[in-house]
Design a protein around this ligand. Structure first.
Ligand SMILES: Nc1ncnc2c1ncn2[C@@H]1O[C@H](COP(=O)(O)OP(=O)(O)OP(=O)(O)O)[C@@H](O)[C@H]1O
Length: 256
């Protein structure tokens, strides 16, 4: 059997006396959409920042397809196949949607602009294909600054896919969206996860998104992994209910 795309083992990170991560272990398979949830301060951002190389763990390891990538520089980790989207979209406002994806392709391929290869044509076909896959083809020529918020998030997804990642880390992919937009966005991510054989790890505060679409859910609380399982298993887990609702007998699908 092929190794998981990502294996996180006994990851630990302290800030003074704060245990931001305390022995966290989980893995993700190809084609899997895994939600990483937990209350504020649980350690989700710390985990993401270690996975993409922005932070070094105190101990523990991160393996990508069996290869130890712990502590490598972010650029190196990106080149090995780990992409990331951020809560606040990072696109060039004055460029069109198409140019933004072309830029992402050029950067991912380590190309540079040359006199004999005008930037306007570089990666154009591949960029259009990515915009097609993310439902953005009709908006290809629109400056990013004029796009609706949900479309900017879709554009950012197309840009993240330009690096052809094996693993995509998505920091609250539906933050700031309305209910319908949220559902459409996560359904798109899920469809791309399956179609491309991606592994996607996402953080999310919107429980309808998590419980409606994730294949599996990992729950952190104060740096510790307290649950790892199916949506149903996590929803009915007493430890998870305790963390979200202080033990009240309601479903955590109602948690804010
Ligand atoms: N640079 C830092 N210096 C000191 N403490 C930090 C630092 N970064 C994070 N922490 C602490 O580590 C813990 C985990 O924080 P982290 O940001 O990873 O949680 P989170 O689950 O992403 O929270 P949120 O949902 O609010 O974004 C918190 O107690 C936080 O205050």
């Amino acid at each position: 059997m092929s190794p998981p795309v990502l294996e996180v083992s006994a990851l630990t990170k302290h800030y003074g006396g704060v245990h931001a991560l305390d022995g966290v272990t989980f893995s993700i398979a190809r084609g899997e959409l895994l939600a990483l949830i937990g209350p504020n301060g649980a350690g989700k951002s710390t985990c993401f920042n270690i996975l993409n190389g922005q932070l070094r763990p105190d101990s523990g390891s991160v393996r990508l397809y069996g290869r130890d990538i712990t502590g490598l520089a972010p650029r190196r980790i990106a080149r090995l196949g780990v992409g990331r989207t951020f809560q606040v979209a990072t696109v060039f406002a004055s460029m069109t949607a198409l140019e933004n994806v072309q830029m992402a392709l050029i950067a991912a391929r380590g190309q540079v602009f040359g006199l004999w290869s005008p930037a306007r044509r570089m990666g154009r076909e591949d960029a259009l294909a990515l915009l097609e896959q993310t439902g953005m083809a009709a908006l290809a020529e629109r400056p990013a600054a004029t796009l609706a918020y949900g479309d900017v998030k879709r554009l950012e997804l197309a840009m993240a896919l330009a690096g052809d990642p094996a693993l995509l880390l998505m920091d609250e992919p539906t933050a700031g969206m309305s209910g319908d937009e949220r559902q459409a966005m996560i359904a798109l991510v899920r469809q791309l996860t399956r179609a491309r054989g991606l592994a996607v790890l996402f953080t999310e505060h919107a429980m309808d998104v998590v419980f409606g679409h994730a294949d599996r859910v990992v729950v952190l609380a104060r740096g510790r992994l307290i649950a790892d399982g199916s949506v149903e298993a996590v929803q009915s887990d007493p430890a998870v209910r305790q963390v979200y609702l202080g033990g009240a007998p309601a479903s955590i699908s109602e948690a804010p």
